[in-house]
Design a protein around this ligand. Sequence first.
Ligand code: ZN
Length: 298
Amino acid sequence: MVDLWMPGAARHSVGNTGAMNGGPARAVWHITSNATDWTFRNELGWFTGGGADVAPHLLYDPFTGEIAQFFPADSRSLSLQNAGDVRINRTGKYCVQIEIVFTEGETVNGKKYNSVRDTPCKNLDKIVAWLRSLGIADVWPGGSPTGFTRDTVSMDSWTKLGGHYGHNQIPGNSHVDPGPMPSLFGATPVTPPKPPTPAKPKVSLAHVIYAAKHDPAAAQGHTTYKAEVLIVEKALKAEGFLSSQYVDGSFGSLTVTAYARWQRSPAGGGYVGTAADGIPGSASLKRLGAKHGFTVTD
Ligand SMILES: [Zn+2]
């Protein structure tokens, strides 16, 4: 079920609903462009009073984030002129019209604003989310409006292509609003989910000690041992202590020699004498794992 009344918008039904003609859903953006009044409250009073016969669906203040709604989405609203016998307000399954309370060059808190694009666009994302929920595509068939000029699309485009339009693009109309529009669809970039950090391989200290102390071939019979020894050997090779032909999963004498070199190295702990015997100890193996991406279990 779609919400025909935008969640969070103040509902000010003006009645006088009318059926839509069907086809791709679309939205049309306007600005109120009022030379003397830039307040949401007064525009709200106009559209629910004397201006009800030109009311849009939504009235939106990009500074305060206030939103009011006059028609449900499945009714036509009244802010567009017909083009000959084409009833423009009724084009599409939905033709949601939004009047932004904005006037080119208006001053708010001492700052001059030349277009809606320059405003804070507070809650605009909520409107876009609602339009999406109605199936209105994230696209401007005539391009995102960039100026206060006519940029009319063909009647064929208007009737066949859903998405977002500026009033300045609608056939049979003469207005030049809304002027430069902010980016509606890139405003909240979707952060791609982080790929899960691959779990670090685990090396059992007991297994590699077993492999180093006992017949390496016997240890190789244990497939997990072999895999663990390979991890250690690859790390020793990366350290430059073991040549690649001995990275074979067998903790033979050359691997023992290589591990002893790791133990004697500063990074491996700087062990001397019998402490650097080439049989992995917990501390030196953890150091190797920390540097080469494996964790050490007992
Ligand atoms: Zn307009």
